[in-house]
Ligand binder design. Structure first.
Ligand SMILES: *[C@@H]1O[C@H](CO)[C@@H](O)[C@H](O)[C@H]1NC(C)=O
Ligand SMILES: *[C@@H]1O[C@H](CO)[C@@H](O)[C@H](O)[C@H]1NC(C)=O
Ligand SMILES: *[C@@H]1O[C@H](CO)[C@@H](O)[C@H](O)[C@H]1NC(C)=O
Ligand SMILES: *[C@@H]1O[C@H](CO)[C@@H](O)[C@H](O)[C@H]1NC(C)=O
Ligand SMILES: *[C@@H]1O[C@H](CO)[C@@H](O)[C@H](O)[C@H]1NC(C)=O
Length: 764
């Protein structure tokens, strides 16, 4: 959850510095600095003088630069190569025949923080009745690598590696080929692009191999498909059996993220190699591309993966709760937001005035004395204007010694603040939210007795610390609590729609557990991921859409095993149309950011419900050709479409009308001008259940203003499996102020199935 205020600030500052640096460089240097570009070529344009495409690429590169060498060639998902080029060279290449696009390398971010966050039990037992399926399914995870010795990669009981698997266990620092087995069937690493940009990997900090020195990749891959491990816990919290969503599926890891980030030339190559290796599902808990799809390597790689029937699941991002904050919004990707589980890790902060506040904590260790401890606000224990944040070196030891210190959340890492208080001699810490985080609570494995509290509690505690002549406090840790209601609630950090690249496609697609997730961890770092943290744990509890994405990847593996003929779009449709968006009492799933019911812009179709997804009744299928029509509809040019699809001739016919509203998506995003209007969508559903008749109900409204939704026909009768039926939906609405949103649902119901689609309406 790098979103949580803390790192965002740092990233924003860095971005300003980069822009300044880039401007200065452009002004100063004539030749310009080299950076990596991905050069997309039209394979069929190769002149006959060249036998191999590689020779042609090398010649193309040499024609603009003597100095540049090819970093990677790409020949499956895209055609072309990457190389270090000056801007002038890149521009020269762009006008060469056969060159479709020249995309500058982009650095992507993991969609979580390196510091541990929530604590919670993985609910996989409840989620997976048919968990013995999936042993022929291979989940490829692009991330920070793997810690193969963890019991989550135990292969006991698994049959031979699926036939046709071409993956490898690559050796490197601290990593032998023998690390792989029948569970972890592949482990590779990609750093040519990274090292070209950042210089050689510092092997004192990270292994030049598939080994995970971060924890993130071990966490995500074990969440998707880790074997069941009894007696898992973090420092005594969340004790139980930890198990991936598809515990019998195989895992292949592709390390693309290093200390300095995840680079698009490496990501694209890793996706290509994973596809050639034979993965069935690709899981990417990273992002950063909000650019057009043909500029976003994840979208580009995912397109060709989709064409090959590979399900690609990506995290929506942790930039919520603001609107239009999501990444990975391409319609051929399944975009996953995050919700909470029904578990919590309460800690009670009791003040000297008798007031009792509930907070959260994963602290484990020596407890505070049961008698009240002096309490002080960090802002009054520092001579620095940043003192309230408990920045390194900012606390005055004489003022905090032996006390519980209230630190404001923000700017530096939450667990780091505990180190600062401890170093200054403090006895404990209350970590209080400010307006930036509201009531969102994050339980951390603090290094001293510490608890996180919401903004409201924080405000009254600050006031108490400032006004009481002898303020005192105590913190009581209450362990792991289950059955927390309501749950799930949408995590504040979960990135929200609308989809900025194509507002006509509703994103995220759905949410899954992404808060308080317990899964395997690296042996190289402590649970906080901080350098000063010498603790080592086999499991860790962290949060982010990085955690929700592999839940969906694992579920997709189960569905793939249960329905081998389903396309990626059919699998996504099943997950979406069976997801739920309310609690058993009928109230809508809440958004922790607002305390109000979430909307389809927050949760898409709703929260995943795997046991229902196995038998969805109807699916909205999408073939690769339909996505080409979609690309025509969004007015991509021939070169841009070719970079994604590799279609060499102009894919869009001049005498056809293309419409985003015709893409057979299992959700509806409707856009009206402020004056109101009408919009017609067409859809086709495929019966994947028994014969039967479905009746539609559909409605939408913006507050008390209804949107007219009419569906034609309103009844669909299926006599056999595989049968397709089409319908049209017309949305009509009066004028509304621009920026108004309305929401609703369109539901097909039979005696056995409910096929539910969300509707989001925006007046622009
Ligand atoms: C790799 O194998 C060598 C030789 O058997 C062994 O000494 C080394 O400890 C192994 N390394 C790891 C990380 O397992
Ligand atoms: C504080 O409140 C919790 C319940 O919210 C309760 O379990 C705990 O005992 C209370 N502690 C004190 C000291 O009142
Ligand atoms: C404590 O800090 C607040 C503001 O941060 C200030 O208004 C107040 O005067 C300070 N109190 C003491 C005793 O330093
Ligand atoms: C502020 O506090 C730090 C740490 O106690 C100390 O080194 C520094 O001299 C102080 N500065 C002022 C201006 O008091
Ligand atoms: C429309 O396309 C068809 C074939 O795709 C072609 O035969 C026809 O001439 C086209 N019509 C126009 C007006 O371009």
């Amino acid at each position: 959850m790098w979103r949580h205020g803390e790192r965002c600030v740092i990233l924003a500052v860095a971005a300003v510095a980069l822009v300044a640096a880039a401007t200065a460089t452009a002004a100063a240097a004539v030749g310009g600095e080299r950076r990596t570009y991905i050069v997309h070529m039209s394979r069929s344009a190769k002149p006959n003088d060249f036998v191999e495409h590689g020779e042609w690429y090398a010649a193309s590169l040499q024609s603009v630069s003597d100095a540049a060498t090819v970093l990677y060639t790409y020949d499956t998902l895209v055609h072309g190569y990457s190389a270090r080029l000056t801007r002038a060279e890149a521009e020269a290449l762009e006008s060469q025949p056969g060159v479709l696009l020249v995309n500058p390398e982009v650095r992507y971010e993991l969609h979580t923080t390196r510091t541990p966050e929530f604590l919670g039990l993985d609910r996989t037992d409840a989620l997976f009745p048919q968990s013995n399926t999936g042993s022929d399914v291979i989940v490829g995870v692009l991330d920070t690598g793997v810690w193969p010795e963890r019991p989550s990669y135990d292969d006991a009981g698994l049959g031979p590696v699926p036939a046709g698997w071409k993956g490898k266990c690559e050796e490197g620092n601290d990593f032998n080929a023998s690390a792989c087995n029948k569970k972890l069937i592949g482990a590779r690493f990609f750093l040519t692009g990274y090292e070209a940009a950042k210089g050689p990997v510092d092997t004192s900090k990270e292994s030049r191999s598939p080994r995970d020195n971060d924890g993130h990749g071990t966490h995500t891959s074990s969440t998707a498909a880790g074997s069941a491990v009894r007696g898992a816990d973090l420092l005594g919290y969340a004790a139980g059996t930890a198990k991936g969503m598809a515990p019998h599926a195989r895992v292949a890891t592709y390390k693309v993220c290093w200390v300095g980030g995840c680079f698009s030339s490496d990501i694209l190559k890793a996706m290509e190699v994973a596809v050639n290796d034979g993965v069935d599902v690709l899981s990417l808990s990273l992002g950063g591309g909000t650019a057009d799809y043909y500029r976003d390597s994840i979208a580009v790689g995912a397109y060709s993966a989709m064409e090959r029937g590979i399900f690609v699941s990506c995290s929506a991002g942790n930039a919520g709760p603001g609107s239009a904050t999501l990444s990975n919004g391409a319609p051929w990707i399944t975009t996953v937001g995050a919700g909470t589980l029904d578990r919590d890790f309460p800690a009670h902060v009791v003040l000297g005035n008798g007031k009792n506040y509930s907070g959260v904590s994963l602290y484990s260790g020596k407890q505070l004395p049961t008698t009240p401890v002096p309490f002080i606000y960090a802002g009054n224990a520092s001579n620095s204007s940043m003192g309230a944040l408990c920045m390194s070196g900012s606390l005055i030891p004489e003022k905090v010694a032996g006390k519980i210190v209230l630190c404001d959340r923000g700017t530096n890492a939450r667990v780091q603040k505990g180190f600062v208080v401890k170093d200054a001699g403090g006895a404990g810490m209350v970590l209080a939210n400010t307006a930036a985080n509201g009531e969102e609570l994050v339980a951390d494995a603090h290094v001293l007795p510490g608890a996180g509290v919401g903004q409201k509690a924080g405000d009254t505690m600050r006031a108490y610390a400032l006004s009481d002549p002898n303020p005192t406090a105590s913190i009581v840790f209450a362990g792991t609590q289950v059955g927390i209601q309501p749950s799930p609630v949408v995590a504040a950090f979960s990135s929200r729609g609308p989809n900025t690249v194509t507002p006509g496609i509703l994103k995220p697609d759905l949410i899954a557990p992404g808060v308080n997730i317990l899964a395997a961890w690296s042996g190289s770092v402590g649970p906080s991921g901080l350098a000063g943290d010498s603790r080592r744990v086999g499991f860790n509890i962290i949060s982010g859409t990085s955690m929700s994405c592999p839940h969906v990847s694992g579920l997709a593996a189960l569905l793939r095993a249960a329905h081998q003929d389903w396309s990626p779009a059919a699998i996504r449709s099943a997950l979406m149309t069976t997801s739920y968006n309310g609690y058993p009492n009928g109230n809508g799933i809440l958004d922790v950011a607002t305390g109000l019911p979430a909307t389809p812009l927050d949760v898409g179709a709703g929260h995943v419900d795997p046991s229902k997804a196995v038998d969805p009744g109807l699916v909205y299928d999408i073939a690769a050709a339909d996505y080409v029509d979609f690309l025509c509809a969004i007015n991509y040019g021939p070169m841009q479409i070719a970079a994604l699809t590799k279609h060499t001739t102009d894919a869009c016919s001049g005498n056809r009308t293309y419409a985003v509203t015709a893409l057979n998506y299992p959700s509806f995003s409707v856009t009206f001008p402020a004056t109101g209007g009408t919009e017609k969508h067409t859809r086709t559903v495929t019966n994947v259940g028994q014969p039967g008749t479905y009746k539609v109900t559909a409605s939408a409204a913006a507050g008390s203003t209804p949107v007219t939704v009419s569906v034609e026909p309103s009844t669909l009768t299926f006599t056999k499996s595989g049968e397709k039926q089409s319908y049209t939906v017309s949305f009509a609405a009066a004028a509304m102020p621009s920026g108004t949103n309305g929401f609703g649902r369109l539901v097909w119901s039979s005696d056995h199935h409910v096929v539910s689609s969300p509707i989001a309406v925006t007046w622009t």
